[in-house]
Write a protein that binds this ligand. Sequence first.
Ligand code: GDP
Ligand code: MG
Length: 436
Amino acid sequence: LSSKIESAVQSLKGQARITDVNIAETVREIRRALLDADVNLEVARRFTDEVKERVMGSDVLNSVNPGQQFTKIVYDEMVKILGEERSDIAVAHQPPTVILIAGLQGSGKTTFSAKLARYLKQENNRNPILAAADVYRPAAIDQLKTLAGEIDVPVYSIEQKDAVRVAKEAVSMAKSLALDTVIIDTAGRLHVDEKMMDEVAEIKSSVEPDEILFIVDAMTGQDAVNTAKAFNETIDFDGVVLTKMDGDTRGGAALSIRSVVEKPIKFMSTGEKLDALSPFYPDRLAQRILGMGDVVSLVEKAQQEYDEKQAKKLQEKITSDKFDLVDFYDQIQKIKKMGDISDLVGMIPGAGKAVEDADLSEDTFKPIEAIINSMTPEERHNPEILNGTRRRRIAKGSGTSVREINQLIKQFDQMKKMMKSMSKMGKMGQAMQGLK
Ligand code: GDP
Ligand code: MG
């Protein structure tokens, strides 16, 4: 998926403008890529329509780097659908908190139950008990006991094949032992069937869980949506757990489930080991689905630091030749805020080479700042008055040398020239001016 979206968007890169025609093409490509990644057809359609609308209504058409802007819109839209905020699991006012784990066989319920117990114990200082409500296979109970043993968490189980009873008794047991959390691991089947649904519904009504989590194998693709729907209709779960995210799946299922059942994704399981669990971060999954983390963070950085008014003022100064060392100093502060300067070079069409040649780093700026700080306001505004005497005085004051000052003035002059030649670029380019 990622490479397809990248190549879809790639076709926009380097183009000065996006036209209606290539927006339509790109959107179609993205939709196809989502379908290939097993995103539900309806979801993919809705998603791309939304993206298209936003692209049309935005500045992308005029931006310097339409490809990156486009990518950012795709990404933002995806984060929005995946759920902008991360949501925690419920805690009962009156302990114990009862958490019901449901899902198909093999989805990772038993593993997740133990992972969750570990997580709550370590991160939240809770005292959980696990209930072995997958009563049909002795091996299932043993599996839960083995995992629980690794993390020193008790398991409640009985001989009888009565899942509802196990669940209820585990809750009573928690109360009598003053344990604050009960995690009920249930039986699943390979496919949605009535018996399984009836049982989990019965457990739900008998213990009234505070939190019901639906566990789904992220690799199941298109099927995941139907399974999620069926479970949601029966037990109205509170959240989704995506398992096996350590595989090479990109998580297309998550996008479908999230938009079809509209329940938050709460955890991601990323391996067989008990610590392979992480809270769900929609931005990370969106980046994974799109495979474009770097692009996004760069665009975001630039946007954060971008101040339209300032850029405009700067622009005026450049064109009217009023750019001075005070502005130069301000630009340096701006650049420093943007972080790794070399990362940003690629964002300036045409200017990349010039900036690279200047070999910039944070330290580069230290003597420059010291020199400018040692100047009088008059000197900063009119660097041409910097004669030999003044330069010697400034060198002394800033702990630098006359040679460094000469060099700075030379660079400053070069930069002014470069900026003038760049000034025909778009907004982003203007914001980025002063990089040298
Ligand atoms: P259940 O039938 O729903 O209880 O599923 P299990 O918890 O027994 O898991 C089924 C299989 O998937 C087991 O072999 C687990 O070790 C494995 N498994 C569970 N979660 C993950 C995961 O996040 N990543 C990987 N790679 N394997 C997992
Ligand atoms: Mg199991």
